[in-house]
Design a protein around this ligand. Structure first.
Ligand code: ZN
Length: 150
């Protein structure tokens, strides 16, 4: 039991750190059309954190979600393993509501993360957050395991 509490305490410190990183990245969000700003902080298994913000576009389709921006930064820097991502956002750049990854971002996570282990932290502040596994948010996901017949 003591070990569990220690694990919970370590997770809580990690989650709060990621949430702070995500909250501090909200100022970079480029969302002139929706005004719905999102920021994400992605923790790799090597212990590095890559942040991302949503980047809208006048033509809409080229817009990018914060989560995929963080993944693109990490993967293009050579990262291959991921532990957790914190996501914050809301109207006018404040973390006013729990923000969940869209379906496309969940699919990107399925490509690079272990669905039963990767943690998705949605938060309005470091004190108020919820944690889900990718498996909970994308059950029966289509991933590399599918193509290998497993
Ligand atoms: Zn998305």
């Amino acid at each position: 039991m003591a070990n569990n509490n220690e694990d919970n305490k370590d997770f809580d410190i990690m989650a709060k750190t990621l949430i702070w990183d995500a909250l501090s990245g909200l100022k970079y969000s480029y969302a002139p059309y929706s005004n719905f700003k999102v920021s994400a902080a992605l923790l790799t298994t090597s212990g590095k954190v890559y942040t991302g913000c949503n980047i809208e576009n006048a033509a809409f389709s080229p817009g990018m979600c914060a989560e995929r921006v963080a993944f693109a930064k990490a993967i293009s820097s050579g990262e291959k393993g991921f532990e957790a991502i914190a996501i914050v956002g809301g109207m006018k750049g404040r973390g006013t509501q729990m923000v969940f990854p869209c379906g496309v971002c969940r699919q990107v996570m399925e490509e690079f993360c272990e669905p039963e282990n990767f943690k998705i932290i949605t938060a309005t502040s470091a004190e108020k957050y919820d944690v889900y596994t990718l498996d909970e948010l994308l059950p029966y996901g289509f991933g590399p395991h599918t193509l290998s017949g497993k």
